[in-house]
Write a protein that binds this ligand. Structure first.
Ligand code: ADP
Ligand code: MG
Length: 224
């Protein structure tokens, strides 16, 4: 079975204000096409772990593999490129550029990657907006759409570079139940139709139970 992500004995310490062993021997993997969720009490280390897995935080011990390639120890510049190309990330808050259009927001990471022409990027962005059912919003300013729509645009932006894994840190935490279900359905559709791998931190038991596997954390450890 092919793995998209693998963590081997990841440990992390915060040194300030006092030495704190926040993650202990975290080992697990995400298989290609798997939709996994992470649950656990507030403060159990979920966000800290996700920042490491998404290569945004490099201050840890242990090894991390993405598509079977060791990424631990790579330079900041290499990681930035690997991340932009391979990892889509959705936060609790959308972080869209409010003065830019929906389409421009979605196109931005592809422009940064610089592998395609403007025309190709726009075409891909419109295709993704269609898949997510929000292509009618393309020309609207990001500040002029609803909260649920903003989060769908944030997902579209996370998908523009065709990542091998989509990660989310409580991506439905700021949404009502209607929009949460909508986001779940989008994730499920991406898995079923495109074989996308997903790793999503959530507080929502209904959401987690519908995923392929729940990884439960407590006190910086995986407990089940
Ligand atoms: P979760 O996302 O599961 O709620 P976090 O990963 O945000 O948990 O935090 C795990 C623990 O690490 C918490 O006790 C938190 O207070 C602590 N923590 C988070 N960030 C820092 C930091 N920069 N410095 C020190 N402690 C931190
Ligand atoms: Mg958190």
């Amino acid at each position: 079975m092919s793995l998209v992500l693998e963590a081997n004995k990841v440990n992390k310490y915060f040194r300030k204000p006092v030495l704190f062993h926040v993650l202990t021997d975290i080992s697990f993997n995400v298989k290609k096409g798997e939709f996994a969720s992470i649950m656990g009490k507030s403060g159990s280390g979920k966000s800290t772990l996700l920042y490491i897995l998404s290569t945004m935080d490099t201050d840890y011990e242990g090894e991390l593999y993405l598509n079977n390639e060791l990424i631990t120890g790579k330079s900041h510049q290499e990681l930035s490129r690997i991340r932009n190309k391979n990892i889509g990330f959705v936060f609790q808050f959308h972080y869209l550029l409010s003065e830019f259009s929906v389409l421009e927001n979605v196109m931005l990471p592809a422009r940064k990657l610089g592998e395609l022409t403007e025309k190709e990027i726009e075409h891909n962005a419109m295709e993704i907006l269609k898949t997510l059912g929000i292509d009618k919003l393309a020309k609207k300013k990001a500040s002029r759409i609803s909260g649920g729509e903003k989060q769908r645009v944030a997902i579209a932006r996370a998908l523009i570079n065709k990542p091998s894994i989509l990660m989310g840190d409580e991506p439905t935490g700021n949404l009502d139940s209607y929009n949460s279900e909508n986001v779940f359905n989008i994730f499920k559709q991406l898995k079923d139709e495109q074989g996308l791998s997903l790793l999503v931190v959530t507080h929502d038991m209904d959401f987690a139970q519908k995923t392929d596997r729940i990884i439960e954390m407590d006190d910086g450890k995986i407990i089940s």
